[in-house]
Design a protein around this ligand. Structure first.
Ligand SMILES: Nc1ncnc2c1ncn2[C@@H]1O[C@H](COP(=O)(O)OP(=O)(O)OP(=O)(O)O)[C@@H](O)[C@H]1O
Ligand SMILES: [Mg+2]
Length: 199
C-alpha cells in the first residue's frame, strides 16, 4: 500500500492507472482489516457454540494470520496438500485457536535451525479429517512427549504451557485424537484427527 501511494503521489500517471492502484490499495486494506479482526476475535472469550465448520477454510484463515510470524522467524510455512472443503462439527473459534497453537509451536521449535520448515497436510481418510503438522525443529525427548497436554508444561521462558492443554481438550471435545512422533534435533510431527460431518 505504501509503495502504491508513493507511485500515485510522485508520477504524472494516467487516470486509469491511478484508479487501478487505488483499487489495489483498497483490496489490501480490506485484507488487513480481515486479518486484524481475526486476531481480535481470537482473544475474545469463547462461546460454546458448535456448528458445521469448514476445516479447510479455518486453516486458510489461520495461515494468513501465522504467515508473518513464520517470516519473522525465518521459517518456511507450507500447505503441502489439502482437500477441500472438509465439514466438521465444532466451534470455529476454538478450532482456529487450536490450529494457531500447533502452528505457533512448530514455528517456535524451528526458529533457530537452518532451512526451517513447517509443512501442513490436510486430507480425509475413513470419515476422518487428518491434519498433519510437521516441523524440522528441535524435537522432543520421550519424556517431554509424554508430558504434552498436561497443564503448565512448558520449556519456553515466556511460555504458559496452556496452548496444548487447551488444544487437546478442544480436540477431544469434538471427538478427535492427537498423536505425535518426535526426535530430538530432527523435528516433530503431530497428527490431529477430527470426525467429518458428511462425506
Ligand atoms: N512442535 C514442537 N516441537 C518441539 N517441542 C514442542 C512442539 N510443540 C510443543 N512442544 C513442547 O511442548 C511444550 C508445551 O507446549 P504449549 O503450546 O502447551 O506451551 P508453550 O508453547 O510452552 O506456551 P504457549 O503456548 O503459552 O506459548 C512447549 O514448551 C515445547 O517444549
Ligand atoms: Mg505453545
Amino acid at each position: 500500500v505504501k509503495g502504491f501511494l508513493q507511485l500515485i503521489r510522485e508520477s504524472s500517471l494516467e487516470r486509469n492507472k491511478v484508479e487501478r492502484y487505488i483499487d489495489i490499495c483498497e483490496d489490501e486494506i480490506q485484507r488487513t482489516e480481515g486479518i486484524l479482526s481475526e486476531y481480535l476475535s481470537i482473544s475474545k472469550p469463547m462461546t460454546e457454540k458448535r456448528e458445521p465448520t469448514d476445516l479447510y477454510l479455518q486453516l486458510q484463515v489461520v495461515l494468513d494470520v501465522m504467515r508473518p510470524y513464520a517470516n519473522m522467524n525465518n521459517v518456511n510455512l507450507d500447505l503441502d496438500k489439502a482437500e477441500e472443503p472438509i465439514q466438521i462439527f465444532a466451534n470455529p473459534d476454538k478450532i482456529k485457536q487450536v490450529l494457531i497453537n500447533f502452528i505457533k509451536n512448530a514455528i517456535e521449535a524451528c526458529s533457530n535451525v537452518p532451512n526451517a520448515k513447517v509443512t501442513l497436510r490436510l486430507e480425509v481418510a475413513a470419515r476422518k479429517a487428518l491434519l498433519t503438522i510437521k516441523d524440522n525443529g528441535i524435537g522432543m525427548s520421550e519424556e517431554q512427549v509424554n508430558r504434552l497436554g498436561s497443564i503448565y508444561f512448558s520449556n519456553k521462558t515466556k511460555g504458559t504451557g496452556l496452548g496444548l492443554t487447551f488444544s487437546y481438550q478442544a480436540i477431544h471435545e469434538s471427538g478427535g485424537t492427537v498423536s505425535v512422533s518426535s526426535k530430538p534435533q530432527f523435528g516433530t510431527q503431530f497428527i490431529i484427527t477430527l470426525p467429518v460431518l458428511n462425506c
